[in-house]
Design a protein around this ligand. Sequence first.
Ligand code: URA
Ligand code: ZN
Length: 363
Amino acid sequence: MPIVDVHTHIYPPTYVDLLRSRKTAPYIRTFPDAPDSPRLIILPGEDDPSTPSTSRGRPIGPEYFDMAQKIAFMDQHKIDTSVISLANPWLDFLSAEEAGEVARRINGDVEKICAAYPGRLYAFGTLPLSADMETIVGEVKRLGGMKYMRGVIIGTSGLGKGLDDEALDPVYAALEESGQLIFLHPHYGLPASVYGPRASEYGHVLPLALGFPLETTIAVARMLLSGVWDRFKKLNVLLAHSGGTLPFLAGRIESCIQHDGYLKKLGKTKNRRHVWDILKTNIYLDAVIYSEVGLKAAVDASGADRLLFAGTDHPFFPPLEEAKEWHSVSTNYSAISKAFEGDGDLARGVLGGNAVRILRLGE
Ligand code: URA
Ligand code: ZN
């Protein structure tokens, strides 16, 4: 059974050029005190002038755009197939006028990259969400006809008002109709104020470990509350980082809905799909959670047949010391082997079999 990585990013050369041409985040820049060390600055707040220049963002090298390095990384970690996706913040920051054309170019580039490594690479495409609806839906349809595309990666901002915005319905309808999956990935985190005045002393830990997963959890709860899955019963969503904290909080979300007098008055507590049903019907979870405890919660919430190994998040989280193996990858491998000890079939499904079936890899 092959090993498939469904959560692995790239910035294709067109996107790198775009980031290099910009002067505000997201962008790639060097600083006078380290002119040979370009840095990738993408997350909100990462460009704060109070942070020393060489701690802003992260170093960026060819691991972000050179496919030979991606393939070498896959070989080194025994990954047969990767479903690559553009990394955050995708095209969210582009103007309405430029988004459609850039999306077409980047999706075309990614399709060509996959074609150069048959069987080893598939992809999730990128949507021009700041463009007009006709352009966005047109790109969904175009992606549906591409050989290596298996869905789209999106963040939580939607058209600017989040994923519970009914104006997104034509996009959901087009994705559902063409059987394309949404890979939902965080970027914006939580407002910086929640991290407190000492946030800059703590590196990226609070936004990445907590801001990212909570952002995903809130986005999915809003989709649920707005009835996205009542309107689009076959819309499938793969949630990054094992669903943020959704498996752990699903019961609390259900209970709060059932006890909400305002929703009851509006008739919204009845005749709705429950979070547990959606978790087992529409939601897939990756396995980027780095512990057996989180994995077990994901399995209990969605089922082992809906868990997809995504162990890498490459090229993010590289080893900080000179190490051949990426610790971020081996931690996930070992969490999977511990969580499924004694059940080789389930482990093989999570490592690759589920992805092959769900994403129709090899067709
Ligand atoms: N940091 C990011 O900005 N994106 C990822 O996917 C992982 C870490
Ligand atoms: Zn990621």
